[in-house]
Write a protein that binds this ligand. Structure first.
Ligand code: NAD
Length: 465
């Protein structure tokens, strides 16, 4: 039984919850589920732990967080196996996610926001201080449970905040294991982990003793979170949904770019905020690109993430699986399905990678975030037309451009309304570079120095000399 972490102790939940392996559709473990009182206890523990944690010299916090990274590292194979079972992703990708999470923790453990001398001109001395905020609530989704939590946990704790973390109800186990490891290393109350069944998020984000909410999830839930923090004016970071366009320029080599675009659309079974979710190809390359993507889809190995050689695992949960069946219906009625097009005839939540051509800009599959391995391909006549259509979205998270001429692509990238644009690559997120969304994909930054500053209050000390 996986237990909650409250005030340094591993505790049973007021209730229990079953966790399903999406590759079988059957429960394989159970875990503790918190009630409202346990959530209050977790926030109270984080509040009580805050002054001493914030007052510790940075070097001590750093050492504790590095010990925490070492202890996670020592159990990383166990973490990866558990991640595959609860999330569905192929084991090598789960191992990669763990490596990333551990590296993130080490990076932020070593990043200090010291006092900054802004000016000293003989008449005035200006100093800037970055102080921790207090209790941070970290709320995460089910697609990258470890990496996305660590983008919050590592900078927040390094800067001197304490935390209450809440994973998505369908992927609680790896987060609870992080709690089990933390219990042996971090001072009580610095990190608390509670699990809900989608019923405690509002209580956490409205809690008067929470100073900041760092939320990653859908735009619809992000809007609720934003409403809920208004009364107490909490600090807020929102990393939300996306509908990223992949634009292929007319000089691209189809044989080179098709596998990269297929990967960008189907990694993690397409369940990535930054996945390529619609492709714009020039009329001259349209049929060749569609054929190449259809072949890649037909050849992809879709299976249990535990099986060696699996490229694409199951959809993470039943609700998302059912949602994707609706997108498949839309694909059949508003476009031409040239690969896949149906769930696999087996247990578990598997969808055949699906390529859809001859589909209109207003189709649901093009306008909405599908969050699954179903990719629409659209033709364009001029690059101006492609840019306008790529930008015609309420989302603005990422995007990619595929070309034989990167210089030309930079001119296009500068016209895309999003937080990140990759050219001839995808998902490269260096830890020292901020990442965040435009428009309804959210606001605020994660990663980089900006990602650390988000967990602090800036103060200016202005001295007459
Ligand atoms: P979701 O919004 O349904 O859930 C996210 C988290 O919010 C879960 O922990 C859930 O329990 C919690 N929650 C639910 N109701 C809440 C409420 N009223 N108040 C507070 N918390 C509440 O999202 P999901 O379906 O788990 O994840 C998929 C979505 O996340 C996609 O839209 C994807 O694009 C997005 N995402 C964004 C990023 C990014 O960095 N921008 C990264 C990964 C995923």
């Amino acid at each position: 039984m996986h237990r909650l972490l409250i005030d340094g102790k591993l505790v049973d939940g007021a209730r229990t919850m079953e966790v399903v392996n999406p590759a079988t559709g059957k429960a394989f473990a159970s875990c503790a589920r918190a009630d409202a009182q346990q959530l209050d206890d977790a926030v109270a523990a984080a509040k009580a732990a805050f002054p001493a944690w914030a007052a510790r010299p940075f070097a001590e916090r750093r050492q504790l967080l590095e010990s925490y990274a070492d202890a996670i590292d020592a159990r990383k194979d166990e973490f990866a196996r558990l991640l595959t079972r609860e999330q569905g992703k192929p084991l090598p990708q789960a191992a990669y996610e763990m490596e990333g999470a551990i590296a993130l923790l080490r990076t932020f453990a070593a990043m200090e926001l010291g006092l900054e001398e802004i000016r000293d001109d003989g008449a005035t001395r200006l100093i800037r201080q970055w102080s921790p905020l207090g209790v941070v609530a970290a709320i995460t989704p089910w697609n990258f449970p470890m990496l996305l939590l660590m983008m919050k946990l590592a900078p927040a704790l390094s800067a001197g905040n304490t935390m209450v973390a809440k994973p998505a109800p369908t992927t609680p186990l790896t987060t609870l294991l992080l709690g089990e490891v933390a219990a042996t290393i971090l001072p009580p109350g610095v990190l608390n982990i509670i699990v809900d069944d989608n019923d405690l998020g509002g209580q956490l984000t409205t809690h008067p003793d929470v100073a900041k909410v760092s939320f990653t999830g859908s735009t619809a839930t992000g809007k609720k979170v934003m409403h809920s923090v208004a009364d107490t004016l909490k600090r807020l970071t929102l990393e939300l949904g996306g509908n990223d366009a992949a634009i292929v320029l007319d000089d691209a080599d189809v044989d080179v770019v098709a596998p990269a675009i297929f990967q960008a659309a189907t990694l993690n079974a397409g369940q990535i905020c930054l996945a390529a979710k619609r492709v714009y190809a020039p009329a001259s390359l349209y049929d060749a690109l569609c054929d190449a993507l259809a072949k890649l889809a037909a050849d992809a190995v879709v299976d249990d993430g535990d099986k060696q050689g699996t490229q694409i695992g199951p959809i993470q949960n039943r609700a998302q699986f059912e949602k994707l069946k609706g997108f498949l219906d839309d694909a059949h009625s508003s476009g031409s399905v040239i690969a896949g097009g149906a769930p696999l005839d087996r247990d578990g939540y598997f969808i055949a990678p699906t390529i859809v051509k001859d589909i209109g800009d207003d189709a649901r599959l093009v306008r909405d975030e599908q969050f699954g391995p179903i990719l629409p391909i659209l033709a364009y006549d001029t690059i101006e037309d492609a840019i306008a259509r790529a930008n015609d979205s309420e989302y603005g998270l990422g995007g990619t451009i595929w070309t034989s001429n990167p210089e030309r692509a930079i001119a296009v990238a500068l016209q895309i309304d999003s937080g990140t644009v990759w050219i001839n690559k995808h998902l490269d997120l260096p830890f020292d570079v901020p990442f965040g969304g435009a428009k309804q994909s959210g606001f605020g930054a994660e990663l980089g120095r900006e990602g650390l500053e988000e967990f602090t209050q800036s103060k200016i000390v202005n001295v007459a000399l």
